[in-house]
Design a protein around this ligand. Structure first.
Ligand code: IDP
Ligand code: MG
Length: 138
């Protein structure tokens, strides 16, 4: 069993596809182990994406992530990190594989509907960034 952090970004919430995104996770063997909505502050978004702070798109990305509510989730399952990334598709929807969330719903490389942790260390950091252990079901 592995855990990963998933976020339905503000564009996904605006498009009213929370249920559709969760359905894809559940249909593909991932379980929701924690879930809440939040409106991130600029500071929270900057801390979450700190690894990207030197990138030219950092300001725009953190603006976008604070432009509306998000859904924060812990997903659990075999190979949850890789499976989630596979269901999400490539960062740039133009390059994402058919049938992926980003291919089907994303408008741009920035507004790309979902976030997913990219490895065990980032999953650990990202889950603890938003959830305490008591908020995650076992
Ligand atoms: P990932 O979300 O597929 O892991 P990362 O490279 O970790 O992609 O980038 C984090 C987020 O930053 C992306 O999901 C996207 O919202 C945004 N982003 C990445 N590259 C660009 C870019 O070139 N222009 C604008 N935004 C970008
Ligand atoms: Mg990433």
């Amino acid at each position: 069993m592995e855990r990963t952090l998933s976020i339905i970004k503000p564009d996904g919430v605006r498009k009213n596809i929370i249920g559709e995104v969760v359905r894809r996770f559940e249909k593909n063997g991932l379980k929701v182990a924690a879930m809440k909505m939040a409106e991130l502050s600029k500071k929270e978004a900057e801390g979450f994406y700190a690894v990207h702070s030197a990138r030219p798109f950092f300001g725009s990305l953190t603006e976008f992530m604070t432009s509306g509510p998000v859904v924060l989730m812990v997903l659990e399952g075999d190979n949850a990190i890789a499976k989630n990334r596979e269901l999400m598709g490539a960062t740039d929807p133009a390059k994402a594989a058919e049938g992926t969330i980003r291919k089907d719903f994303a408008d741009s490389i920035e507004s790309n509907i979902v976030h997913g942790s990219d490895g065990p260390d980032t999953a650990k950091f990202e889950i603890s960034y938003f959830f305490s252990e008591t908020e995650i079901v076992r």
